[in-house]
Write a protein of this length. Structure first.
Length: 399
């Protein structure tokens, strides 16, 4: 079939009239080598016509951006399937949506224009064979061993602990000091299971964002000459300044991060090859078993998990947008291996991943929104030379 036929399919896609069979036909054509220029021209032409009479609502642009598809670099050929970047951002987002088939133009065209419009319960339903994305939620473990599930609690004080009232406010756990220096430190632990994330404001007003499958142990009141906490998994810190009391993050028996007041991210998942501390603002000192290093904004301190004696190494000019993507609601798969991508999906969707023999080595490039269901993400990944089979909460990766 010639290009004219696919132009007609684009027209029907924009009107929301494309059948599943025609959508599959269009996607197959889009994936063929040499069609990228025609793809961009067709999308641009149709979107310019469709948007001639009204500007795209910013909310629509945001939703489409959250569903930006993956651009796959495959195998030894390293052939990249790309759509040429458009001048206007909503053209780029819509082009990506067309390429991946995640967002139909009927949604692009008919989404409510008012930011006050509420989604209906039906729009939030996920098919029984799919898995919903992660959401806010955590378990708070008090110093006496009591556990409080934070997922469904409303605003207000949830418990009074030694030296502080613990409150929930707009999705944040906040500690308000109610007494002076405590004679004894009492520690609480907040844990995010797989499929959950949470934010906490510590007694010194330091803010911490916890990614899925992570934990933070901290005192209910900071006393003395230092502020010491412990983490597992991944967390982003905005540390309140206090020159007289350095803020110290313990990652394991050999690794600590020491700061006064700064913004930084720590990725310390035990199933990753390295412990990574990335600095966004200020200055931090990262200590390993045998050496230490001070990093500047834009740098990343890396410690290999392969040996307890691994030195601290510094990576220059790190892509901080990629590092912070999880906090900003985005999967950033730039230069990510299949295993790295699967690790993120395991944590965010609370699944277990298994690999069949013969799965190719693939490097991904691109972004997708973390608000997609699991199958929404898998549809994008399947544009590469891998397939997936979901059995309950077990995801099989197939060649």
């Amino acid at each position: 079939m010639d290009k004219k036929h696919y132009d007609e399919l684009f027209d029907r896609l924009l009107r929301g009239e494309l059948s599943p069979a025609e959508t599959e036909q269009l996607l197959e054509w889009l994936q063929r080598e040499g069609n990228s220029a025609d793809v961009s021209d067709s999308i641009l032409k149709n979107l310019q016509q469709a948007t001639a009479e009204q500007e795209i609502d910013p909310e629509i642009g945001r939703r489409l951006q959250a569903r930006l598809p993956l651009i796959i670099q495959q195998g030894d050929s390293r052939r990249t399937v790309r759509a040429r970047i458009m001048q206007k951002p909503w053209f780029r987002y819509a082009a990506a949506a067309v390429l991946i088939g995640i967002v139909s133009f009927s949604a692009f065209k008919f989404l409510p224009q008012s930011s006050d419009t509420q989604k209906t319960p039906e729009s939030d339903k996920i098919a029984s064979t799919d898995i919903a994305p992660g959401r806010e939620g955590a378990v708070l473990t008090l110093s006496d061993g009591r556990k409080i599930l934070l997922d469904s609690l409303g605003n207000g004080t949830i418990v009074a602990t030694e030296g502080a009232d613990v409150k929930l406010k707009d999705g944040q756990l906040i500690y308000d000091n109610i007494s002076g220096d405590a004679a004894e430190l009492h520690y609480n632990t907040i844990t995010t299971p797989k499929g959950r994330f949470f934010q906490i404001v510590l007694p010194d007003q330091t803010k911490v964002w916890l990614n899925a499958a992570s934990s933070l142990r901290y005192p209910t009141a900071f006393t003395g000459s230092e502020r010491r906490v412990e983490i597992e998994g991944e967390a982003y810190f905005e540390v309140a300044k206090n020159p007289s009391a350095p803020f110290i993050v313990k990652i394991n028996d050999e690794t600590t991060v020491r700061v006064l007041g700064t913004h930084f991210n720590i990725n310390a998942y035990t199933n990753e090859n390295e412990i990574k501390t990335t600095l966004l603002e200020g200055s931090v000192q990262v200590s390993g078993k045998n050496n230490q290093a001070t990093i500047k904004p834009g740098q990343q301190a890396q410690i290999s998990r392969r040996s307890s004696a691994s030195p601290v190494q510094i990576a220059e000019s790190v892509n901080t947008d990629k590092v912070m993507a999880w906090k900003n609601g985005v999967f950033d798969f730039e230069d990510a291996s299949l295993e790295e991508v699967m690790h993120q999906l395991e944590r965010w969707y609370d699944i277990d991943v298994e690999y069949e023999q013969g799965v190719p080595k693939i490097e991904f490039v691109g972004k997708m929104g973390r608000d997609l269901s699991l199958k929404g993400v898998l549809r994008g990944l399947e544009l590469s030379k891998v397939r997936f089979k979901l059995e309950g909460r077990k995801l099989l990766v197939l060649p």
